[in-house]
Design a protein around this ligand. Structure first.
Ligand code: TRP
Length: 332
């Protein structure tokens, strides 16, 4: 039996951080043996909000390098750049005829972007979910690892697929959200406000590219308080978050020690953060070094990207052939 198709994309609009790593990339790495995986950098999507392409090239290359450094094996998965696959644009156009202005205008992310960038409410922004549907459907993917904020888009992709199938004949399976068994870890920002972000509150977000000094500095500045006053009290969320991070990068005995200290009200947050910072530095070091080495090696990067494009295009072309046949757009 052929493996199920898993697909996910990431916009290159900033630096990848711990939230991306623990919430997404680490799971992709686990999926690569079990599924037929397509992972890509959504550079077209980033144009809907970042029309200036000055930094785009470096961001795209960095995201590719970081994904490999985190353990994605470009021999096993198709790792590619969206704009290298013109079949996606063709499918996007067909799907646009099946997407209604009213439903697009009601999309939560669209309304949010209209609020954030009222001076640039472009048609690409409105049809963002259609492009995302094309990304998914072009590989006839059934499993799509995404966070909560993308579930509405995924539901729209299912609707577009269903409308297509209903009108022209069965081509697309129904894509579903997929998050590898257990719940997703949420990584909150170090100042205790919201999630870590690719482009906002940079001192409260730890990026995979941060050097050792910066990682130490950010963790030492993380929000704490004067400590618990009652034994076994509930941790405030900003403290819980630091323990979550420790749970991901420290050894069991270290985690247990600080938990016990917390529960006995003799935790010293200075020491706690120092330990967390050291363990985080050790954790990130191989990823950062590998990513930097890959980014230096332009020939290797070029080969990865072109191999990924070939794999993605071969599969996408097969889907487009089925699409054109179903639609009767085959005149030759
Ligand atoms: N919209 C996604 C995000 O903002 C990125 C994305 C683009 C994506 N195309 C996709 C995710 C297809 C999953 C599948 O994070």
């Amino acid at each position: 039996m052929s493996k199920e198709v898993v697909l996910s994309g990431i916009r290159p609009t900033g630096f990848l951080h711990l939230g991306n790593y623990f919430g997404a990339m680490r799971n992709y790495v686990r999926m690569q043996d079990e599924y037929n995986c397509y992972f890509f950098v959504a550079d077209w999507h980033s144009l809907t909000t970042h029309p200036d392409t000055k930094e785009l090239r470096n961001s795209v290359l960095r995201v590719i390098a970081e994904n490999i450094a985190c353990g994605l094996d470009p021999e096993k998965v198709a790792l590619y750049v969206q704009s290298d696959v013109p079949e996606i644009a063709e499918l996007y156009m067909y799907l646009n005829m099946l997407a209604y202005k009213g439903e697009l205008e009601k999309t939560t992310t669209f309304k949010e972007k209209v609020r954030l960038q009222p001076e640039n409410v472009n048609a690409g922004l409105l049809t963002y979910p259609v492009l995302m549907a094309a990304d998914i459907l072009v590989h006839r993917a059934v499993k799509v690892p995404v966070g909560k904020d993308q579930e509405q888009h995924l539901e729209m992709a299912r609707n577009f697929a269903e409308r297509f199938n209903h009108r022209y004949g069965d081509v697309f399976p129904s894509p579903q959200a997929f998050n590898y068994g257990t719940e997703l870890v949420k990584i909150m920002s170090l100042d205790g406000t919201g999630k870590m972000s690719k482009s906002e509150n940079q001192m409260a977000t730890i990026y995979l590219a941060d050097d050792e000094e910066l990682v130490r500095k950010k963790i030492m500045k993380a929000k704490t308080d004067s400590g618990p006053t009652e034994a076994n009290s509930v941790k405030p969320d900003y403290i819980e978050n630091l323990f979550t991070l420790m749970g991901l990068v420290s050894t069991p005995d270290v985690i247990e020690k600080f938990n016990t200290d917390f529960n006995n009200c003799n935790i010293r947050y200075g020491d706690f953060k120092k330990q967390l910072a050291e363990d985080m530095v050790q954790f990130l070091k191989p990823i950062r070094e590998k990513s930097a080495a890959i980014q230096e090696d332009k020939a290797y990067l070029g080969k990865i990207i072109s191999t990924g494009a070939d794999k993605a295009r071969a599969n996408a072309a097969a889907t487009l052939k089925a699409v054109r046949e179903a639609m009767g757009l085959n005149y030759l």
